[in-house]
Each structure stands twice: as C-alpha cells, then as structure tokens.
Design a protein around this ligand. Sequence first.
Ligand code: AMP
Length: 547
Amino acid sequence: MLGLMQNRPLLISTIIDYAATYHRATEIVTRTVEGPIHRYTYETARTRAKRATKALNRLGVGPGDRVGTLAWNTHRHFELYFGVSGMGAILHTLNPRLFPEQIAYIANHAEDKVLLVDLTFVPLLEGLLPLLKSVAHLVLLTDRAHMPGGKLAKALCYEDLLAAEDDRLDWPEFDERTASSLCYTSGTTGNPKGVLYGHRSTVLHSMAACMTDVFGLSARDCILPVVPMFHANAWGIAYAAPMSGAKLVLPGPKLDGASVYELLDGERVTMSAGVPTVWLMLLDYLKREGKQLPHMNRTAIGGSAAPPSMIEAFEKDYGVTVIHAWGMTEMSPLGTTGHLKGQMRDLPYEQQMHYKAKQGRGICGVEMRIVDDAGKELPRDGKAFGHLMVRGPWITAGYFKGEGGNVLHEDGWFDTGDVATLDDEGYMQITDRAKDVIKSGGEWISSIDVENMAVGHPAVAEAAVIGVAHPKWDERPLLVIVRKPGVEVDKPEILRFLASRLAKWWLPDDVAFVDEIPHTATGKIQKVALRERFKDYVLPSAGRAAD
Ligand code: AMP
C-alpha cells in the first residue's frame, strides 16, 4: 500500500522560490571579479535567475543541455545555479585551476553548449578556444563597460543578455530525478570523470547540509563559503544557504587571508567552510595582524584532513568551533561531520580532540561500512581499518557517459577509495587514500596521522608523508616539510618531536625540506607528484639495510 501524501517533485527551483518568498530581503554579498562589493537580495537573485533562463533559451539551451561555467563564487554564478538547473538544463561547473588541456577535455566530454566565464579567466579562455569542440556561445560574466576586446571581441556580455529579458516565467515541472548539475573529479589515474547530480539528490543533500549536526544553517546565519562553487557545489552551501534563509557572502577571486578576513569581519559572518590550505592563510594573517573573529562561531574544514593543531588554533585562540567534514564529489559531497555528542561535552579538551580529529559521524542518509580486500565487513571498533564503502540517495550510481564502467559493488555500495576506521560511537577516521597508504613490512602506516603530528610543530607550515622504496620493509615513510617563513628547524629536532607522539615504527626514516608542496586543483597535496619527485630517493636506512 502506498502512502497518501502529495507527490510534489523535489526540484532545485523550489529552493530559490522559497528564499525569494520567505527571505525576500536577505542579502547576497559578493566581492566581484571587477573589484567592488555587490549586494542584492534573494528576491533579486530569483528575478535574475529567471532572466538568465530566458537568455539561455534564446541561445538555444533547453532541457538536458550542458552549460559550462568557469567562475568564482559570485552572485552571477549563484543565479546560474538556479537559472540553468531550474529550466531542466545541466550546470557544468568547470574547475579553472586545472590545466587548459584538462579543461578542454572535460568541456568537450560534457559537450557544453554555452560557456560562461569570469573575466579572470579571459587569458585562459584565449588559449582554450581552439580546443573547444561543442561550445556555440561564449558569455563573459560582466557588464558592457568591462567587456574585453581582442580574440574575445565577439563574446556575449552577460549583463546585456539579462537586460534584454524579463522575469515572467514559471519554472517548469519535471521528474525530480532529472539531471541538474555536473562536476568532474580528476582521479590520479585515467581521464576525469563526470558526477551527474539530480534535482532529488541535490534537494535531499541540501536538507541534510542544513541539519544541526551537519552545518546547522538558519536564517540567523551569515555564511561565507570559501570552498569554490566549482568544487562539488561549494559543498552544497549554494543551495543550503537559500534553503535556510541564511545571508550569503561570496568572496569572488580573492581568497588570501586579508581579503577573507575583511568579509568575515565586515559582513559579520557566523559560519564559513573551506579546505585546510585556505585556513592556514587566514590563521597566519590573524596571528600576524593580531585580529580576532568575534562574529564567527563555527567553520567547516574538509577536503583534506584538518590537523588537530588547526582545530585547536580556531577553537582556543578564536572561539570558532571546527566542524571537521568529509565527503567527495561523488557524494554531493557531504558524508560525515564531526560534532561532539552530549556526553562528550564535559570531557577534557584532549579527549574531545580524540573525536574532533576524526572526520566525523555519518549523516542520516549516508550508510557507511569498512571492508577488507576480500570485501568482508570489518568491526566498528575504531582500530580495524579497511576500504570505506558508502551508499545513499545523494551518492553517485555511475559516472557520466558510463566512464569507468560499473562503479557499484554488490548491494549498491560505492568504494570511496579511502581507507578508514569506524568506532563504536559512529565516528569515522580516514587513515589514507588507498593509493597513498605506506606499506611497511606488511603493515600500513597512515600518512595522514604522521602529517597531522608534524604540522603540530610550531616551525612547520605544511607536511606531506610518502612511501619510499626500501630494500627490507618494501616502503618506509619520508616526511616532506615546508618550514614557516623565517623559522629554522632541522631534521633531528623534527624527529625528536615526533618520537614522543608516534609509534616507533611509524617514525619517518628521513625528513626532506622543500620550498613548496604541490597541490591539486581542489587544494589537496599532490602525492603523485611528490612520489615522482622523490622516486629515486635513497633513505639513509636503506643503505644500512643493504649492508
Ligand atoms: P573531492 O572529490 O575532490 O572532494 O575529494 C574527495 C576526497 O578528499 C575523499 O575521498 C578523501 O580522500 C579526501 N577528503 C575529503 N575530506 C577529507 C577529510 N576531512 N579528511 C581527509 N581526507 C578528506
């Protein structure tokens, strides 16, 4: 017997309609690519989203077509989230930090029909143009006064397109499983693969993002996503903010400590979200300038592990609670968030840190389990670690155009490629990407644990641990370190520091100091590049073992 409830489809257009109706005058504030701060309301955002729909229709875009963007977090990008998906077309957010050949591959694979681009990326675009096969129209996300000449003289002007339309439009209704947006993940091997979100998955994921023990968004919040709108829909915040009626602050192209701080302070931001490297810049700025964050009460950190030293700095020095978050593009992206439970509130801080340093508890809607190489489920005891498998209504069932074949295991489980533990309180901890674990004498060493410890040293700005070939143990860890500017520290000091905090056999066999650690286009440490750089590295212990 079926229930007797109304079967209204879960559509993205209902989110902007809700915000424009119930949070009409709530602001969206943007640091524009052109420079000045821009302000408007959810009501105006909806008006412009509808105009964008009409303008795109006029350019030949219809349901199912892909519309690409190369854009920062701005009000124009926000409008397109609703203007494109609202009509049943697919918003394809391209990551401008990728190499031009990768961007071209992705845009061609997606068959983007129209490409909308921020002015920052005009030089990139000039190089891309000859490589793009499907793009019929280029639109620059700016006004007439800022339109460039040169090779892009024929590109269309976004503000002109919108000015030519009105907002008389009823959003169409269609199946809630219709595709809404597309985001490619660049795996370390093979070509990038497209994750194709749907309206239903997006609305459910946005509701989850608003939950108290996830981001806990409300109409009293002011939220600034530093995480880009081209990285898994800014972790869902681009939808969750209007869904909760929160004020939204969009930082545009400037993500340095001073610029982010200016918005956090000036707009009275209560919550933010970003990857650890961005927060390193902010914490550094705050310390140098002696600034505080009086309005902000929490921030989500994810994309890579948040080191305990970073969590502690936010919480103890600035009164900002850290929500450690884990997820992946394939999961829309939220999988876990790390809030304490009631009974943990009275624990001493060090014991709370035991849980805070983990990636968090599963969100209702996300099933998780860990399995061994043979697929057998492992215990949830916080000790056993294995391949982390997930299942749920906002988790991918396969990549766009069937790339990668059938990605689901028996009973619909998706292998995240992460190795993790699950404890009896439901907290998950990532030990590594499966590809990055260091296999030493048949046992696994977690590079994340060693990195977390190393960045706890006051002279260390960033740390990465990779496995290096070893004649006796197969692999042993090499610790690669970037020192903080103007600070001296040597290998014996680092090893002494780690020796009191790590099991002896986890201690790195050597320490290499470098000026910079390479990052991926989504801000993660590029372990593949590091391994390549150190592939012929001979550990001091390797020489001894060979003797
Ligand atoms: P992406 O699809 O680019 O968002 O990358 C997803 C991957 O980032 C995950 O599979 C993890 O390996 C990693 N990741 C995300 N959040 C965290 C976190 N909090 N701690 C450790 N790794 C993370």
